[in-house]
Structure formats: C-alpha cells, structure tokens
Design a protein around this ligand. Structure first.
Ligand code: SF4
Length: 320
C-alpha cells in the first residue's frame, strides 16, 4: 500500500528495515536465462537473416501485450509531444540532479539546462518554448511543485550507497537476436555478494497506476539476469503526491515477470517476422493511432471514425 513519507520514513521503506535481505541462489539467474532462451528458440528461428535485433523494453512489452496491431500502428505514427511527457522528462531531470548534487535552484531553468547539457532526445525544449503562455505557466508551476516535493521528501543518497541514475540494463538472449533492455531511474546499493543488496527506484510524475508494477517487476528480472542477483527491493515514487510503493522481490515476482516478458518477446518476434499482427480490442482503443483502420477497435470504442486505407487491416478484422 502506498504511503506519503518524510525523508526518514522513505529511507526506511527503501532499505526495507526489519526485513532480512534474501540469500542469493547462485543458480537462479542461469535458470531464468535458460527458461527464456528455450522459450524463444522457435520464435528466433522464424526471423529472417538480417532482421533487426528484437528489443524488449517496458514500452514495447506493454504495447504488444495490449494489442500487437497497436504496437505496429504506433511505430509508424509520428511522435507527438504532450504536456504530460514534457513534465515527466523535466521532473526526471530534476530528480537526477537532486540525488546526484543535492541542489535544485530554479526547477524550470535547471531542467532545461539539463537537456541542453545531456541532449534533448524528446525535443522538450522546443515543445515547451512553443506552448501558449498560459499552458507554459501552468507547466512551470507543476514542475516547481514536483521539484519541491522531491527536495522536501527525498534524502540525498550518501555516496556509500553507490547511487546510480539512469542505469542502463541490457540482457542479450539467443546470440543477441533478442535484447531485454531498460533504463532505471535510480539504483541504490553495492553489487550483491551473498545477499541481495540493490534497490531499484522508478520515478513517476503522473498518477499512480497498477500498470506500473509490471514495469518494476520487469526491471527486477533484468537486474537478476544481468548481475546474477535480484534486487532486494523495488519501488515506485510518485513525485506529484509523495507516495511510495515499495515491495520485496521474491522468486514468484521474478517468475511472473519472466512469464510476461517471454509472452511479449514471442509476440515481438512474430511482428518482426512479418506475421499479421493480432488485434485485441481493449479499453484504450479510443486513443489508439490505429483506430481509423481498425473495425474491431472502432466497435470496441463505439466510434464512427471513418475507415482509411490500411491494407489488410481495413478488411480483415482479425481476432476480436
Ligand atoms: S484500435 Fe484497438 S484493436 Fe485496433 S489496433 Fe488499436 S488497440 Fe488494437
């Protein structure tokens, strides 16, 4: 259950005070890897020579498990900036700055300076500069509130905890033809020896959602595969409210994450192999970029969005 915590309380939850850290099973990571590679053998064999590496990250997993056709439609659609994405990127940059330096002077200016220094992959600087003045003022105020929550409630981690921000995890499978990948906002703790010793933290600037838990579980799986030891704790911090969802990582967490990642990776391989993507109408059809060419999605969304040319998608409703 989420709680709004002060600095000490937050630290206690992250450290899992009172909960013994699990002893590492030296065979666990190898067993998980074998399970994944065995499950992917047929899917990888169906990929043509020269097919791009199949990358399995939290976004591609969430999309392909929701609906394969949604993933395919999203890949060909132009990336659209939104206020929520800009806010998330800015708050992420400020969080990184806080945990590494312990200083945030001017949240708006500091976030923009971070993009200038580190690269602005998502075009946040131009997006916010083109916002109408009233929208920009509102966003500036929101970013300031999130920054205030972070500085008031987050301890600046001691160097002894080896804090790492934006930690990239990559796990090649099946000779590198499939790569499980993720970028974790904050990793705390030294590499494990006998007992699990790492805590993973994801920062969210949006509303608390149940879907965030599978993302964290996927990261726990990545860490276990990469380092040979699972994290002892995983947590999502909501900068808008100060809530922290934290949980220990048991074998059941890893097995559940593996099963989900394997299902998604098989589907991603199917898509890469050129198999017609399955359609699974769902609660998000109304917002799907593929909706105009998707009769079952329109039926689900209850819309009369006109059909547009979409190849087989226009005439083949696929499995509903
Ligand atoms: S509209 Fe719905 S069913 Fe159609 S592609 Fe999008 S998510 Fe899938």
């Amino acid at each position: 259950m989420a709680a709004v915590l002060d600095r000490d309380g937050l630290l206690r939850r992250l450290r899992g005070d009172g909960v013994p850290r699990p002893v590492i099973d030296p065979g666990l990571a190898g067993g998980l890897r074998d399970w994944l590679e065995d499950g992917l053998v047929e899917s990888v064999a169906a990929l043509a020579a020269g097919t791009d590496v199949v990358r399995v990250n939290k976004e591609s997993l969430n999309q392909v498990l929701l609906c394969e056709a949604h993933l395919v439609a999203g890949r060909s659609a132009p990336r659209v900036g939104t206020v929520e994405l800009a806010r998330g990127s800015m708050v992420d940059a400020l969080f990184r700055q806080w945990v590494t330096t312990g200083v945030i002077d001017d949240p708006w200016a500091d976030a923009l300076a971070a993009f200038e220094a580190d690269g602005d992959r998502d075009g946040v600087i131009s997006f916010v500069s083109e916002l109408p003045a009233a929208h920009q003022r509102r966003l500036r105020a929101e970013v300031g509130e999130h920054a205030a929550h972070i500085t008031q409630r987050w301890p600046v981690p001691s160097p002894a905890w080896l804090p790492r921000t934006q930690e990239r995890l990559e796990v090649p499978l099946c000779g590198g033809r499939v790569v499980l990948a993720g970028v974790i906002d904050l990793v705390l703790g030294s590499p494990a020896q006998d007992r699990a010793s790492v805590c993973l933290v994801e920062l969210k600037s949006g509303a608390r959602r149940i879907e965030h838990r599978p993302d964290l579980h996927f990261y726990a799986l990545l860490e276990a595969l990469r380092s040979g030891a699972p994290p002892f704790r995983i947590a999502t911090y909501y900068s808008g409210t100060g809530e922290l969802d934290a949980e220990p990582v048991g074998e059941d967490t890893l097995v559940g994450a593996l099963s989900r990642a394997l299902d998604g990776a098989i589907r991603l391989c199917r898509v890469s192999a050129g198999v017609e993507p399955e359609r699974h109408p769902n609660h998000l059809c109304a917002w799907c970029v593929g909706l105009p060419g998707c009769p079952p999605g329109q039926q689900r969304a209850g819309t009369d969005v006109p059909l547009v040319s979409a190849g087989r998608a226009e005439t083949d409703p696929g499995p509903a």
